[in-house]
Ligand binder design. Sequence first.
Ligand code: TRP
Ligand code: ZN
Length: 473
Amino acid sequence: MTSPRRQPARRRTTVLGRRAVLATVPVAVAALVGAAGPAGAGTTGAAGAGDPYFPLSGNGGYHVRHYDLTLRYQSDGRLEGTAVLTARATQPLTRFDLDLKGLTVGGVKVDRTAAGVKRSGQELVVTPRHALRAGQDFKVTVTYRGTPEPVTDPDGSADGWIPTDDGAFVANEPQGAMTWFPANAHPKDKSSYDFTITVPKGRTAVANGNLLGQRTVKGETTFRWRESRPMAAYLATATIGRFQVTQYTTRDGIRVYDAVDPREAKAATPVLKRLPSVLEWESKLFGPYPFTSAGSIVDHAKVGYALETQTRPLYDAAPDILTLVHESAHQWFGDSVSLTSWKDIWLNEGFATYAEWLYSEQHGGASAQKTFDELYARPAGNELWAYPPGDPGSGENIFGTPVYDRGAMALHELRKAVGDREFFAILRAWAAEHRDGHGTTAQFVRLAEKKSGKPLDSLFHTWLFTKGKPNKA
Ligand code: TRP
Ligand code: ZN
């Protein structure tokens, strides 16, 4: 097996060359948020969740407990939606924002009363008729329609609702949720989801979690999906296409739903077949699989990356086995244990990449040490050392080589420092203690020190935060 390091992996974008064009956008936006943010009225929910890389992603002042999304997709690409958000105010609110970009809003209700609504860039500004008290539960209903368009990320790649020749490839990391539903779209806020998606007969709509039912009436099919575990908005999908569907239950009782574009079926089938054994193998290393459903969505689209959509990763073409291993590992690292800040992205990508190294090592391929050594041999000017993975600097860098590969190198150094037994105990404790929740880099470092009884500050400092190529210990 070849090391994945040297292949231009499909799960990553290949358009990093365009980065300079958009480099100044986040900075300009940060200034805007400062003006309208927490410094304003004490009863106004902030326009962003406070993430320096994506200042307008998410919102302040409330938590969404549940999204109930009803969507109707027509073959000309138009979408009609009704989103009912069950939320709780975390502060008194005379006004709050949702993230929504494009589309036409028909109306917004808070509980049963029509609310004031204003569009301002990607913010949908809602003024309820009656102010909300801190701790108050409320429902927001938004009706909307239009032809969704993807957003362009700071690194030049498309994200969100990406039209395909037979539907849409729906991948929201990091900011695409707002292209197809109104959301509190920052991974800090996790929620359960219901999806009711109506598509022309012959198409399939695939979302997260369990399929509750499907029914065809007058030339349209409605699919009902439910994800009951907490999920970040960027991990939600409603991918639509002409798919071959396979359903089965693994011997661990996990319900699998695979949807494959027929043009990818020949290449995808032998790889998807290995999902149960990959999940079993990962469960041995990382602890029990965090969800009750699984599967794969294999589309036929030129997107340039795959995404670890919760319970059911999404591929733009038939994946290779290491990509399947990578997206599956994210179910533990990234999906069940979520980021609180995009800056910590190595907790997702470094871990999922290290899962590939481990898979290779245990399945007749290169050892993790060999993969590490080959990477380490790269000269100081190589892109691998362009910035430290624990501090990528901006949103344009979050899916770059240092995050994936040097992030994995940091874990390999940890493994060597504490030994295999401790290392895997740390990974399992991380997944268990933060399951369905969040974790930060500082918390991971503390956990590793506590479990191993070793000071590890300098190791992590070297591998996560030092600029340039680190010297070996
Ligand atoms: N998280 C994805 C993975 O590694 C990659 C990804 C998601 C991505 N969205 C992106 C890469 C946007 C580049 C641009 O599996
Ligand atoms: Zn990844």
